[in-house]
Design a binder for this molecule. Structure first.
Ligand code: AMP
Ligand code: MN
Ligand code: MN
Ligand code: MN
Length: 284
């Protein structure tokens, strides 16, 4: 059985519609997927219909933006009730926070020479949610940088002028929302925050104490040994382990649907928390 529990559709910053995403997941040989768009559950109903017709199991998901101290941290919620009032309220608050933040990012980028960038981001997003990837693309269009990667490196990445994260709710609050909606909170891509080992342990401890359920020990293609190392840290904290590609668009070799190693043998998979999935085996 192949399982991928982290991916994005065009309802956030992914390129494929929920339907096209599910079709690609089917082609990739996946059996179980979770759609985890940033701060929205808008794509879930469409993904569910598509998954039903393709014979795939869909787990309801979301990837919340949150804050741990001054650090921006992503928390995936899995298996949640998308109609939950707590979830709906939190999503509405995230959307409002996003608008505020995008206006701030836009005005900062305009000072650097970008033109009318907020309206152009609105147009580019075509009615769906705006995020930093949209601004990155427009900076390339304006000739301010050569690529999306360098847009993040120079202007939008951690610690740069367009990295605004103080509007996101504290990690603890987001974990509470996910639990109130009946879901499992998963600390997303822990290696991507570039924390020292001591800091990462502190983050994992706080996450666990606040009711977090799992650590994402596999996030797409990653250095060998990392998954096993992270699974050991998860075990130590009493967390389960999750895996996903963090797929956004075709062509990204590090983040292709279902393309990642098998769960390390020391991991306690997050799907062991769902009896109907545990019975099916694991990601091989
Ligand atoms: P936002 O949700 O607006 O905070 O935007 C964050 C998103 O930007 C992430 O989910 C990634 O999809 C993307 N991203 C972050 N860092 C980079 C990077 N260095 N290069 C390309 N995309 C990135
Ligand atoms: Mn993204
Ligand atoms: Mn993320
Ligand atoms: Mn993601």
């Amino acid at each position: 059985m192949k399982i991928d529990l982290h991916m994005h559709s065009s309802c956030s910053d992914g390129e494929l519609t929920p339907e096209a995403l599910v079709a690609r997941a089917k082609e990739a040989g996946l059996d179980v997927i979770a759609l985890t768009d940033h701060d929205t559950v808008e794509g879930l109903a469409r993904a569910r219909l598509a998954a039903e017709s393709e014979g795939l199991t869909l787990i309801n998901g979301i990837e919340f933006s949150s804050r741990w101290g001054k650090i921006g941290v992503h928390v995936v919620g899995l298996g949640l009730d998308a109609t939950s009032e707590a979830l709906q309220e939190a999503v509405a608050a995230q959307q409002a926070a996003r608008v505020e933040r995008n206006l701030t990012i836009a005005s900062r980028l305009e000072k650097l020479g970008a033109h009318n960038i907020y309206q152009r981001a609105v147009d580019l997003a075509g009615g769906t949610q705006i995020g930093r990837p949209h601004f990155a693309q427009l900076l390339v269009e304006d000739g301010l940088v050569k690529s999306v990667a360098s847009a993040f490196k120079k202007y939008l990445g951690a610690g740069k002028v367009g990295d605004i994260r103080q509007q996101w709710p504290p990690l603890i609050e987001i974990i509470g929302v996910i639990r109130a909606a009946g879901g499992v909170a998963v600390l997303a891509h822990p290696a991507k925050y570039r924390l020292t080992r001591t800091k990462l342990r502190a983050l994992i401890n706080d996450f666990t104490e606040a009711g977090g359920g799992a650590l994402e020990v596999i996030s797409g293609y990653q250095p060998s040994g990392l998954a096993r190392d992270l699974a050991a840290m998860a075990n130590e904290a009493g967390l389960a382990s999750s895996c996903g590609s963090d797929f956004h668009r075709p062509g990204g070799v590090w983040q292709e649907l279902g393309r990642f190693e098998a769960m390390p043998t020391n991991a306690r998979p997050v799907w062991s928390l769902w009896p109907e999935l545990a019975a099916l085996g694991g990601h091989k």
